[in-house]
Write a protein that binds this ligand. Structure first.
Ligand SMILES: [Zn+2]
Length: 77
């Protein structure tokens, strides 16, 4: 029969807590990778005239603000 002494019980309790912490860490890692930022084909552009922010195609030839029709430039980071 499975006999649990005081020392063994403390050991099993500690191992159980470690397994629980490892499981939670694994779940957190999985959740972070599932919500990972995925680069899109669009880029966020800020207009220098009206400070409007809009999305534009990354490969677009001319970036023109939809609000004031000013030609904007991409910010190079
Ligand atoms: Zn503008």
């Amino acid at each position: 029969m499975f006999n649990v002494t005081m020392q063994n019980g403390f050991l099993y309790y500690t191992l159980g807590l470690l397994a629980l912490a490892a499981g939670l860490a694994g779940y957190d890692f999985w959740r972070d990778t599932a919500r990972q930022w995925i680069p899109s084909r669009s880029v966020l552009v800020e207009c220098s005239e009206c400070n409007g922010v809009f999305l534009s195609e990354r490969q677009g030839a001319v970036l023109r603000c939809p609000r004031c029709q000013t030609v904007c430039s991409r910010k190079h980071t």
